[in-house]
Design a protein around this ligand. Structure first.
Ligand SMILES: Cc1ncc(COP(=O)(O)O)c(C=O)c1O
Length: 391
């Protein structure tokens, strides 16, 4: 992904203060909750408005709407270093995982699905649902606050059909060593699916470097779009060997043939799509991805690293307990701290205009490039007043 030179400052980093003005919520709130929902950019707001205006002025415009869907496909392909033929535009990460699961056969000796303790419920549940079709789901356990790669090496074997793991855990922000897991899966002849929902948009990720077989994600968090739209990447050589049984008319080789007499899946990753695309969400997702392309993922990753390093330092100097690993290579954009009462803590912060979230006893602090040190200072001033809620 190339950064636009026009937005570079003299020291060649983007002007983050200027970027911040494109997210109006930041004027009203200290918004540190991008792991739950990214802040709404004026560009994305305008994109939604454009959709409504198009509806008011033109009524229907299917050719243009299919083009919007294809623009999202192209933007996701650019973002991942993939080709457009390798991208399905879905309505959720679940839709992409289900499509792949439906195309797999759990037969012979390769029936094992390796997941981990870090999975978002949907990605674990979908694989457990495949047990009715013969899958044998094995869950790699967390040990001493992390899942080291050796745990995956012990679980992935010649019986493994697919390894389906998250990039960053939604509960505490621990980041798995995906390149190392990919290498283990490859050596054992197993497929690898990465759930990038909590990582993509914050970590520069190129499918040629990591070489996963599948990647799923969604647009509502760090990709700055909206709920109701996601994507699935499928590595080119695999596409035609996978025939999804969860399907629909937008997955057919000629959508508008309207042929009700047979199933004729597209030769590219569109075969993993289903019904009518989420048209308004395509407008929004396109606008969100455009912002990321403008700044470039390497700069965004550097910016987030600076912010998360500062948060970790504040946590340590205040004597709070980190729930995410301290090692920067083992965490993403979400920093978590232990709380005696996470709900009371989130509510107390909210009453001071500070937006965070929680999971499993952890306060989740999740900056994006649009946050700054003032946001972090505001948060830690407020946390000092809530010390009794922190471990
Ligand atoms: C890691 C991860 N995977 C998946 C999802 C959501 O999946 P879906 O788009 O199917 O709702 C989330 C949402 O929070 C998530 O954090």
């Amino acid at each position: 992904m190339n950064a636009n030179p026009d937005i570079k400052t003299a020291d060649s980093e983007p002007d983050w203060d200027a970027a911040r003005t494109r997210f109006p919520v930041l004027e009203a709130k200290t918004y540190l909750n991008s792991c739950a929902y990214g802040a709404l950019a004026t560009d994305v707001n305008e994109a939604f408005q454009r959709y409504l205006n198009d509806r008011l002025e033109k009524g229907t415009d299917w050719a243009y709407w299919v083009e919007r869907n294809d623009c999202v496909r192209t933007a996701v392909a650019d973002f991942l270093g993939a080709t457009t033929d390798e991208i399905a535009v879905t309505t959720s990460a679940s839709a992409g995982i289900n499509s792949i699961a439906s195309a797999l056969k759990f037969e012979g000796s390769r029936k094992k699905v390796v997941i981990s303790d870090y999975e978002f419920p949907t990605s674990a549940q979908i694989w457990y649902a495949q047990e009715a079709r013969g899958a044998n789901v094995v869950r790699v356990a967390e040990k001493d606050g992390y899942i080291p790669v050796e745990q995956f090496a012990a679980a992935i074997d010649d019986d493994t059909l697919i390894v389906a793991v998250t990039q960053v855990c939604f509960r505490h922000g621990a980041r798995l060593d995906i390149p190392a897991i990919a290498e283990i899966a490859r050596k054992k002849g197993a497929l690898l699916l990465v759930d990038g929902y909590q990582g993509l948009g914050t970590i520069d990720f190129d499918v040629h470097t990591v070489a996963p077989d599948f990647v799923v994600g969604g647009m509502l968090k760090y990709l700055l779009g909206t709920a109701g739209i996601g994507f699935l990447y499928v590595r080119q050589p695999l596409i035609e060997s996978l025939v999804p049984t969860v399907t629909g008319w937008f997955a057919q080789s000629d959508i508008f043939a309207m042929d009700s007499t047979r199933y004729d899946p597209a030769s590219n990753a569109r075969r993993f799509e289903m019904g009518t695309p989420p048209v308004p969400n395509c407008y929004a997702a396109e606008a969100g991805l455009k912002i990321l392309a403008e700044f470039g993922l390497p700069a965004i990753e550097r910016r987030i690293f600076e912010l998360t390093a500062s948060i970790v330092n504040e946590v340590k100097s205040a004597g709070y307990t980190l729930a995410v690993p301290d090692n920067p290579e083992r965490r993403g954009a979400m920093i978590t701290i232990r709380s005696h009462d996470e709900f009371a803590l989130v509510a107390a912060l909210d009453s001071q205009g500070i937006v965070t979230s929680s999971r499993n006893g952890n306060l989740r602090i999740s900056p994006h490039f649009y946050n700054n040190q003032d946001d972090i200072d505001t948060l830690f001033r407020a946390l000092r007043q809530q010390k009794h809620l922190l471990v």
